[in-house]
Design a protein around this ligand. Structure first.
Ligand code: SAM
Ligand code: SF4
Length: 327
């Protein structure tokens, strides 16, 4: 069985947020203000997450990315990955801010993790500190180095570009890719920040990023699968590293979207920008059978939104912000 929606899109890709907690406060994601996290009993337990993973795999989900909040702050993540691996997930990956990665890399590899995305929004320590509101620059750089020397290589390094904050580093990030061999991914800023500072003017269009890198180091496009969010490029001069451009704002890829999301508190979201989410936790805790879950999930996915409306007048961002959805 393969999940699909009424627009004929097959849904094979699931992002699971395992926590809404995070040890960073990135300006484009979390607020500087203290936030009250959800109580532990509101967050799906490991057995609940195991059960949902089995149900999703029976529905044809093949790719699972573990995210958060910061996934490495929740104890037990390696064991969960090992169980997902044993269930036969074809493509198991994780997105992390890298703070705890170096010390956990061996255990993550032993658990079956094969791909990693690490966030890095500046190559300048002071600016990194201002963006993430932490002093973790050297720790994160060390983690990237450890990942690059492991079977997780090549690591994907994610930078969210925000106009006036780090858009002066486009070329520096590309040079970093050439020097280290990482896959450097530039992500357009989306209206999912807790402080609601997002405006169109803060978005750095992927076309601009492409033009700036291409002028300095000519790029050649690499073919991508239809459902992939990134446009991928290698350097024409044969240098190591790769460039990925992710343009959800200026070049939406909704028509090829194959993705759904499970939040840490057990809500199913069919789009980052969904106005509502759907309560799997309540079903689980009310004693739903696997058949009930399959029927419910299939019916919700059938109604997946055709696309987002960021570029339309009157767009209202979702009430949940990125850290509570799971990017
Ligand atoms: N804490 C981990 C991390 O930062 O990599 C995983 C969770 S984070 C929410 C997942 C991804 O979402 C990160 O690459 C982050 O940069 C990205 N992100 C967060 N807020 C965003 C926003 N407003 N627009 C675009 N990307 C955003
Ligand atoms: Fe935390 Fe990741 Fe959000 Fe930064 S982007 S605040 S590291 S969840």
């Amino acid at each position: 069985m393969i999940l699909h929606d009424k627009f004929g899109r097959q849904i094979t890709d699931l992002r699971i947020s395992i926590t809404d907690r995070c040890n960073f406060r990135c300006v484009y994601c979390r607020s500087a203000d203290p936030e009250n996290y959800r109580d532990h009993d509101e967050i799906l337990s490991w057995p609940e997450l195991d059960r949902l993973a089995r149900v999703f795999l029976s529905l044809g989900i093949r790719k699972i990315r573990i995210t958060g909040g910061e996934p490495l702050v929740r104890d037990g993540v390696e064991d969960y990955l090992a169980r997902l691996h044993a269930l036969g997930v074809e493509d198991l990956s994780m997105t992390t801010n890298g703070h705890l990665l170096a010390e956990r890399c061996d255990r993550l590899l032993a658990s079956g993790l094969r791909r990693i995305n690490i966030s890095l929004d500046s190559l300048d320590p002071g600016k990194f500190e201002r963006i993430t509101r932490t002093k973790s620059f050297s720790t994160v750089m060390h983690s990237i180095d450890v990942a690059q020397k492991s079977r997780l290589a090549p690591a994907k390094v994610n930078a969210v570009l925000v106009r006036g904050i780090n858009d002066d580093e486009v070329e520096a990030f590309a040079l970093f890719a050439r020097e280290t061999g990482v896959i450097m991914r530039y992500i357009e800023f989306m209206p999912l920040d807790a402080d609601r500072h997002w405006t169109h003017g803060l978005v750095v269009p992927a076309a601009e990023v492409h033009q700036r890198i291409h002028t300095r180091w000519p790029l050649m496009q690499i073919p991508h699968e239809r459902s992939e969010t990134a446009r991928k490029y290698r350097f024409a001069d044969g240098a190591p590293g790769e460039i990925g451009l992710i343009a959800p704002v200026t070049q939406p890829f909704c028509g090829h979207c194959s993705r759904i999301r499970l939040t840490a508190d057990g809500k199913l979201r069919t789009c980052l920008f969904s106005k509502e989410d759907h309560d799997l936790r309540a079903l689980l805790r009310e004693g739903a059978s696997d058949d009930d879950l399959v029927a419910y999930i299939s019916s919700i996915v059938m109604e997946k939104e055709e696309g987002h409306h960021i570029n339309e007048p009157g767009f209202v961002p979702p009430s949940r912000t990125m850290v509570f959805i799971g990017g």
